[in-house]
Design a protein around this ligand. Sequence first.
Ligand code: SAM
Length: 226
Amino acid sequence: MLERGPSGADSCQPWLDIDLTEYTLTRSRSSILHPCLQKLLPTLTTERVLDVGCGPGHLISLLPTPPNLYVGFDLARPQLTHARHAALNIHSEFIQADCRSLPLAERPIFDLIIASCLLNCLPNRRDLHHTCEALYRRLRPGGHLLAVVPHPEFDQYVLTGGAYSESGAAYTAIVNLGSGQLRFPNYHWTKRDLMSAMRTERVALNTLEPTADGEPPPYLVIVGAQ
Ligand SMILES: C[S@@+](CC[C@H](N)C(=O)[O-])C[C@H]1O[C@@H](n2cnc3c(N)ncnc32)[C@H](O)[C@@H]1O
């Protein structure tokens, strides 16, 4: 369920107070997105993985084999604490940082960079493009940037009941869990915005639209190659 939020808000700050431990309990994650990623990830090299906006590290268990190195960045310290637990048995590092100014200069390059449900947290087009460009620079030749976003058409369908929301419009996503609700600050990026930020010439797999029968797809998965 989605409801409109204050338009033009320009901050990722609210993420500092959101507890994502139960996030995977949503049906769209556990039955639609995660099985899709479990099929996709074994087709990519996953030895050195960077997960930007890693949250509590829910994607670590979806990797086909334990990576040689897993680096997670997130704005929110509590998420990083959970992610460290999720990665106890692998060589990993978790760092608090904003994806718009990642301390990546001294880092090795990666086979796979994941930005799962992160680009929709970015409040303007400049941040969207700048972040994708910076991430592509940290990939080895032939490496992949895997972006997962809430499906732009699904957003529009639920959010407006048929009308079109503007590119960049802010809204609050409300996710129903058994124990309550999670509210996320989100920004609506159209498919064109996303493909442009991911640079069409670099997009290896155009799009994947994980879906359940008869339902609009809740996510869009885009894979770009360096
Ligand atoms: C919807 S959650 C997704 C978590 C995880 N990637 C997943 O798919 O399970 C978004 C995550 O991005 C983080 N985040 C939001 N804005 C960010 C920013 N500017 N820089 C780094 N992380 C950010 C939030 O703290 C949160 O953990």
